[in-house]
Design a protein around this ligand. Structure first.
Ligand code: HAM
Length: 425
């Protein structure tokens, strides 16, 4: 039997209703903050991620689905292509390619699948879905200002509240600008030299390739060593320090609760200054419901104009998991199951179903060949509130038997009053 590939999954009803609820809600909130939707391709040139996300990151070095495309001619070597592991690099590529800055398109959002070859577990998949947004533009558009950071974080707090996700926790940090990070990385490398050998295998590797990631290590034995390492905030110069202080002050005035976590580093290399993560208790090990930050140098790293930016991506799979813990089923049950009884009654039943649906009711329809017992069984399997019998007598008299499946109460209702009766009860 052929099954879905490891790390991928089918999203089935009724869960898909939660996905639709999440997407409809975020679209509404994004609109209120004047974001517009962008849809970029699912695969891009591999170079985009190598240069954008960073060659040394786990994502690029071990988790990408990359292949060589066929060349145009049999003799021609094909391009290296990659299924997108994230969407920020693609959005910034599109921003540069279509000169979106010149058109004032500075606030973009996206919803779609991403691909990472990670070890699958609850909340971690190889095809997963992100809902993200980016504010990017020339500095003259104010894209570098602390108020952008605070506005994004305030929007996220509003969004999670609107979705009904409670007990989230926001952690923020500043990872400095490119120069400050070089100084900090040097200091970290030096501090790690004498101690790296006694740390976990991942840390030993990161101590030379990407020392910043050591701060993210979760291995308990390594924690006492990590606690003593230098802190990024001590390497921030005046401008970055002020930017971070302004963001914190604005968050306080906007009433967004947060904690500063000086060890918060993100798994992508493009971040500058503000970095943040929202976590949620109910999710277990994969508790990051969303992450993001500023990436003031990304456009230039991809060959574009200077265009500071900030954004985030939420794991939609994880949002839905968190919601399921609270509201497992938001699907409205059918208001009525229509049971045509006897030859020729389908004709009246289909017309009646149409009229009731147009009145805004959820209606399911059987078939004239079904026996009464089967119709009742189907109606209760579907969770319908009422069963409406459309037999030959009813069609003739224009009055229909309507039975409440929860209480067993049965009434006879004239056709013209059916919609109102179903809406009222
Ligand atoms: P990220 O932290 O790599 O950031 O991913 C953002 C979110 O995507 C995570 O917090 C998590 O909820 C979800 N996620 C990541 N990997 C998986 C997975 N394998 N399975 C399920 N969910 C996952 C980014 O991708 C950046 N592009 C965010 C950003 C936008 N920064 C600035 N703008």
């Amino acid at each position: 039997m052929i099954k879905a590939v490891r790390g991928t999954r089918d999203l089935l009803p009724p869960e898909t209703a939660l996905w639709n609820f999440v997407e409809a809600t975020v679209r509404e909130v994004f609109r209120a903050y004047n974001f517009q939707e962008i849809r970029t391709p699912i695969f891009e040139e591999t170079q985009l991620f190598a240069r954008g996300v960073g060659e040394e990151t786990d994502i690029v070095s071990k988790e990408m689905y990359t292949w060589e495309d066929r060349g145009r001619a049999a003799s021609e070597k094909g391009q290296s292509l990659t299924l997108r592991p994230e969407n920020t690099a693609g959005v910034v590529r599109a921003y540069i390619e279509h000169k979106l800055g010149d058109r004032g398109l500075n606030k973009l959002y996206y919803i779609g699948p991403q691909f990472r070859r990670e070890r699958p577990q609850k909340g971690r998949y190889r095809q997963f879905y992100q809902i993200g947004a980016e504010v990017i533009g020339p500095a003259s558009s104010g894209s570098d200002k602390p108020v952008r950071d605070a506005e994004i974080l305030e929007m996220l707090a509003t969004l999670l509240d609107r979705l009904g996700i409670r007990n989230w926790n926001l952690e923020i940090n500043s990872v400095g600008n490119a120069q400050e990070r070089v100084a900090f990385n040097d200091a970290l490398r030096k501090a790690l030299e004498p101690v790296a050998a006694s740390m976990c295998a991942d840390c030993q590797r990161r101590a030379t390739t990407n020392p910043l990631r050591v701060l993210d290590c979760k291995v308990p034995e390594d924690q006492p060593i990590i606690e003593k390492l230098p802190r990024i905030t001590d390497y921030l110069q005046e401008e970055s320090t002020r930017h971070f202080a302004d963001v914190r002050a604005l968050l306080e005035s906007a009433g967004v609760p947060f904690q500063v976590n000086p060890r918060l580093v993100r798994g992508l290399d493009y971040y500058t200054r503000t970095a943040f993560e929202f976590t949620h208790g109910a999710l277990g090990a994969q508790n990051a419901i969303l992450g993001g930050g500023r990436y003031d140098g990304l456009s230039e790293a991809l060959g574009g104009p200077p265009a500071p930016g900030i954004g985030f991506a939420m794991g939609e799979d994880r949002l839905v998991l968190a919601l399921q813990e609270q509201t497992p089923n938001i699907v409205k049950a059918p208001d009525a199951y229509i049971a045509p009884m006897g030859a020729g009654t389908n004709q009246a039943a289909i017309g009646l179903a149409k009229a009731l649906r147009q009145a805004g009711l959820v209606i399911d329809l059987g078939d004239e060949s079904f026996r009464l017992k089967k119709s009742f069984e189907t109606a209760s399997k579907l969770g319908a509130r009422f069963i409406l019998i459309v037999g030959e007598n009813e069609v003739r008299s224009g009055e229909f038997a309507l039975k409440n499946l929860a209480t067993g109460e049965q009434t006879t209702v004239p056709r013209a009053e059916l919609a109102a009766k179903l809406q009222a009860s």
